[in-house]
Design a protein around this ligand. Structure first.
Ligand code: MN
Ligand code: MN
Length: 458
């Protein structure tokens, strides 16, 4: 009678499952290590679907479309008409980090630094005193693009934001955490060697330039860019180095951007691997979720709607978009805050998720009385329980912490407006939005199986 979440390590203890779990985990670690920006993630998705025969022409059965290199739409025709709805999975490719400002480079105290403006919900102190890599794109006035990636190769230098020494932090430690770390002090160290070998030789009024000019010279030599080119650049400081297995038993995976690349990876693989489907399947990966799903590549944009409209024109012109939407079943594939052993007090245990117990349903997000939430319908959850239970795939249901403790949002509510059924569903994460987030290897595997089941379910 009583419900108990099931432990994935128990459920998937056979040699067959453990071998498959290891294979998925190693592929995932490689993916997470290679894809640190939205553009890199979209490129990876594009290369995967191209290798599987997907085409950009919508009259084909397996199609994709990329928008601005920051979002991608995938569709695979099923046997039933689109009028009966599609199985749709949406996830996001952006991750909280430090973005370079448009005019970043300056010099102070014989050091050249870059000004940043943080992106998304970071805890600022987590970004101090750690090796950072620089990823991004610079566009020149002739339209050519330069892709930047420094700090990932063993021979590369890295960058960092220096922290204040404890000896002189007596004032800072008395401050509230929200005020102790200022955004304008999140400046990334870029260089130290003056261009001419003589510090401060070149002066323009009181502005020091020799070290800054040394950095600009290196950027010019390496990438052929000048300072003005940085105005049309998108450069991100992200944690340097690969994702890693964590723990003596290697049961956990630590890395940058499990939120939400864990769901991009498992969602895409499920999309590509699931059994031939009855319903057509759609996957869409958006940018900008972490800042409210805004812009032309976020979930609030019309990109998905336009793609589906065009797809109906090609596949099933007699069907109206609204009919297809009303019959669609969707997953907002996004990670959930797993119970933190050190901060169990922010969770309410009956309605919290545990690492290693499978992907987590979140019926509603929002805050303070469910404000701003998509609230998934009971009928839909009943159907999802049935399809997962029929294949003994572990799952959990949880809220994001205790009532009135905080809250959050996902893309779910932006899809719900079309009338489709949708719910948040993804693996638990420890240390979400930190530079080194933790997931369970078993949850990644179970999530992949759960998404696969969703795509093929009638
Ligand atoms: Mn997310
Ligand atoms: Mn997030």
């Amino acid at each position: 009678m009583e419900f108990k979440p099931r432990n994935c390590w128990q459920v998937y203890k056979s040699k067959k499952h453990r071998t498959a779990m290891d294979r998925v985990a190693h592929e995932y670690v490689r993916f997470l290590s290679e894809c640190k920006t939205e553009r890199e993630t979209i490129n990876w998705v594009r290369s995967q679907v191209l290798a599987r025969g997907f085409a950009e022409e919508f009259h084909m059965d397996r199609v994709f479309r990329v928008h601005k290199d920051k979002s991608i739409f995938l569709a695979w025709k099923g046997n039933r008409p689109m009028a009966q709805g599609v199985r749709l999975l949406g996830a996001h490719v952006d991750t909280p980090r430090l973005d370079f400002k448009q005019r970043p480079v300056y010099e102070e105290c014989q050091i050249s630094l870059a000004k940043t403006h943080y992106y998304g919900g970071i805890r600022k102190h987590q970004w101090l005193a750690r090796p950072l890599a620089l990823h991004g794109t610079v566009v020149k006035t002739d339209g050519s693009r330069v892709n930047v990636s420094i700090g990932e190769d063993d021979n590369d230098p890295v960058f960092t934001v220096a922290d204040l020494l404890p000896h002189l932090a007596s004032k800072q430690i008395e401050k509230r955490l929200s005020q102790a770390f200022e955004a304008e002090k999140l400046n990334v160290i870029l260089g130290h060697v003056p261009l001419s070998g003589k510090p401060d030789e070149e002066r323009n009024g009181n502005e020091k330039k020799a070290v800054k000019n040394g950095v600009l010279r290196l950027l010019n030599r390496k990438f052929g860019i000048i300072e003005e080119d940085l105005y049309s650049a998108e450069l991100q400081a992200v944690p340097a180095g690969p994702a890693r297995f964590v723990g003596l038993d290697q049961g956990l995976i630590g890395g940058f951007g499990h939120d939400d690349r864990a769901c991009v990876f498992t969602g895409l693989n499920a999309f590509l691997d699931a059994e031939p489907s009855v319903h057509s399947r759609v996957a869409v990966f958006w940018d900008k979720e972490e800042i409210g799903s805004e812009g032309s590549c976020g979930a609030k944009s019309l990109f998905l709607e336009y793609c589906l409209e065009e797809l109906l024109d090609a596949w099933e012109p007699e069907t109206r978009l609204r009919t297809m939407f009303a019959n669609t079943r969707a997953l907002s594939a996004d990670v959930h805050a797993a119970m933190d052993p050190d901060y169990q007090d922010v969770h309410e245990k009956l309605n919290a998720s545990l690492l290693g117990h499978g992907p987590v349903f979140c019926k509603f997000t929002g805050h303070r009385g469910k404000v701003g939430a998509n609230d998934a319908h009971a009928e839909y959850i009943g159907w999802l329980r049935r399809i997962l239970n029929s294949e003994k795939i572990p799952w959990q249901m949880a809220e994001t912490g205790k009532v009135d403790m905080g809250g959050g949002g996902t893309v779910a509510k932006f899809l719900a407006v079309y009338g489709m059924d949708i719910i948040d569903f993804g693996p638990g994460v420890l240390g979400m939005h930190s530079p080194f987030e933790i997931v369970s290897k078993a949850d990644i595997y179970a999530t992949y199986l759960a998404y696969s089941r969703f795509f093929s379910a009638v």
